[in-house]
Structures are given as C-alpha cells and as structure tokens.
Design a protein around this ligand. Structure first.
Ligand code: 5AD
Length: 346
C-alpha cells in the first residue's frame, strides 16, 4: 500500500512517507485527500458543523509562552476578568440563541481557584439545562481536574502545542515542561473528560518531521478533539518577527488528522479564519467540523489578543450567528447548536 492508500484506510503511513506527502504540493493529490477527509467526516457526523459558544473569561496568565500575546511579560496586554454574574449572563444569552456547548477559555489565572470554577460549572449546568461545559484553563493538579469533572464539566481542552519535547522547550520558558503537559492530558482522559489536545502549525523551529510525529501522536493518544491552527505572530512577543504558519499546511494537517482519526472533532479555528479569507470554510472542506463563535462581551474581545488581528466580529461572533449559518450553508453544511459530543470512545 502506498501512503495515500494507507490514509484512505485510516492506517498510519511510515514517517518518511508522511514527510514526503506533507512536502508534496501537487494540488490534485490534496484535492483528493481533502475530498476523502470530507467524506469520512460526513460518514460519521453527517452535514453538521457544531457551533460552540466561546467565553474568554480571563486574559490574566501566569505563563510566559514565547508565542502568546497574553504572556505575563507582555505589559501592554490589557487584562480583564469576567465576574461570576457576567459569565452566567453570557451563557444564558448563548443558550437563548440555541448554543448547547459553552467553552470557558482563559489564561492560567490563579484568581479562579478550584472552588470558583466548580461553582461556575455547577451554575451553568443548572441554568442551561442539557448543555455541555468545556473547560480550557490550562494545567492544574489532577485533583483540580477531578473536582471540575465532579462539578459537571464534560470536556477539557489543553493543547500540547508541539509533540516534540525539544521543540516545546524552544517555545516556552524553562519552568514549563512538555512532560507536565502530557501528564495533564492523560490525567484528563483517565478522569473521563472528553479531552482535546492540539498544536500550532508553523511555529518557529517546527519541522515537517514534527508534523508527521503530530499525526502519529493523535493516533496513539486518541483525543476526542484536536485544535489545529496556524501560528500567527503577536507584535509584543519574542516571536514577533517570525512569519505566520501556512494555511495550506494547516489544511493538510486537518485532512490527515480526519483520515487517521475518523471520529475526532476538529475545529476550523479562529486562527485559520484570521490567516486567510474564507479560512474557516476551507478548514471545513478539508475535514473540520466545529466552529467556536465568540460569546465574550464585546468590550473584552479586543483584549483577548493571543495573536495580531484576531477575528472577533462578523461570522466569528455570536451576533453573527446568522452569517455563520449562511456561510456553512454555502458550502453544503448545516450549523448545528446541539451538544455535538465526540464519537470517540474514552
Ligand atoms: N498563534 C496561534 N495560536 C496561538 N495560540 C497562542 N498563541 C498563538 C499564536 N501566536 C494558541 C495556543 C493556545 C491556544 C489557546 O491558542 O495553541 O493553546
């Protein structure tokens, strides 16, 4: 079997085959693979694209990742925290719009201790009956994750950022460790969360070999979801002078992830939508099936600046839900606000 045939059978090709394929720029080959990825996605999830209401509830972060605009050393970053009442209000208005998944995303902010997160989760679950709550607040001790799960949180997103420990050390300060990150991911899964990992495409020092390793990692870790988006520079970070990740390479990685992990949930990320006009649609046409419109208060959106020019209005926002639905319809998809659980078994 050649590499393409293996992919069409959800078999992981050899590393050298994957590298050669990722480096191949034959448009016909990729149209075929994108089409196959779409077909696999449709087989499992139909024509639905799941919408998640994203609430960026704190822009404070104790970490100092070299790529991210919210890093603690960025004194120009505007910091805010939503109150308990504001978070609930955002969820309830999202619920009225039809959203049945809320993603609480924030920097690693110690202000929100375990009990305050549990209280928020319990109250969302009480007021928004039948919804799923996804947390994305970085690394915490296993007992904290357990407490969140017991409070009713259903899912947890924690991108591993890169599969290579050596590369991880080039993207993060020494106090952060790849091993700690991966340990969190395994802990989350063991607790019973629908777990999302993920990585950026085109970060400084990333090689094609690393991208091949990312695919192997997905087949081995078997996440319920994976966030895959291009790196985009932020002007107030150490990586400001690096170029952004390639849209085409991101699309290739989405398609190969879909083929190798047929039941995975894959968002067409905001970063992909920011990197190219119609980027989100192109992501979906390459195998993605989730979008995450912003439910944060309009006054905060500019402040949650992880990279330059981040989209937050129009189809990216909850007000633009009708526009987003129209855009999905144009590419033959239906925007679905149901829970949209992952079909991957724990
Ligand atoms: N470009 C693209 N994605 C970024 N993230 C953080 N900074 C950037 C950037 N400059 C991603 C990371 C993080 C997620 C919340 O956003 O993968 O996990």
């Amino acid at each position: 079997m050649d590499a393409i045939e293996k992919l069409l059978n959800s078999v992981l090709p050899e590393k050298k085959e994957l590298i050669a394929l990722l480096e191949c720029d034959d448009g016909e080959v990729w149209e075929k693979l994108f089409g196959a990825a779409r077909a696999v996605c449709e087989k499992h999830y139909g024509n639905k694209v799941f919408a998640r209401g994203l609430i960026e509830f704190t822009s404070y972060c104790k970490n100092d990742c070299f790529y991210c605009g919210l890093r603690r050393s960025n004194s120009k970053a505007q910091r805010y925290r939503l109150s308990f009442g504001e978070i609930l209000e955002r969820c309830e208005s999202g619920y009225a719009l039809g959203f049945r998944t809320f993603v609480l995303q924030g920097g690693e902010d110690g202000y929100f201790d375990d009990e305050s997160i549990c209280r928020i989760v319990r109250e969302i679950k009480r007021r928004c009956w039948g919804c799923a709550v996804t947390l994305s607040l970085g690394e915490r001790p296993t007992d904290s994750f357990k407490a969140f799960f017991d409070a009713g949180a259903d899912r947890y997103l924690l991108r591993h950022e890169t599969v290579s420990a050596r590369h991880y050390a080039l993207l993060h300060p020494p106090e952060m460790s790849y091993a700690a990150r991966i340990d969190c991911l395994y802990a989350l899964k063991a607790i019973g969360f629908q777990t999302g990992c993920g990585f950026m495409v085109g970060t400084p020092f990333q090689t094609t070999e690393m991208l091949a390793d990312e695919l192997a990692f997905l087949t081995q870790f078997k996440p319920h979801m994976a966030g895959i988006g291009p790196f985009l520079p932020h002007r107030d970070t150490p990586f400001k002078d690096f170029g952004g990740g390639s849209v085409q390479t991101t699309l290739k990685m989405l398609a190969l992830s879909r083929l190798l992990c047929p039941e995975i949930l894959l968002p067409a990320t905001t970063a992909l939508g920011t990197a190219a006009a119609g980027g989100r649609e192109r992501g979906i046409l390459a195998g993605a099936n989730v979008v995450m419109p912003n439910l944060s208060p309009a006054s905060c959106r500019e402040k949650y600046s992880i990279y330059d020019n981040k989209l937050n209005m129009g189809a990216e926002s909850s007000e633009g839900l009708a526009e987003l639905a129209a855009r999905m319809k144009k590419i033959g998809r239906v925007l679905a606000t149901c829970r949209g659980d992952s079909l991957v078994k724990n």
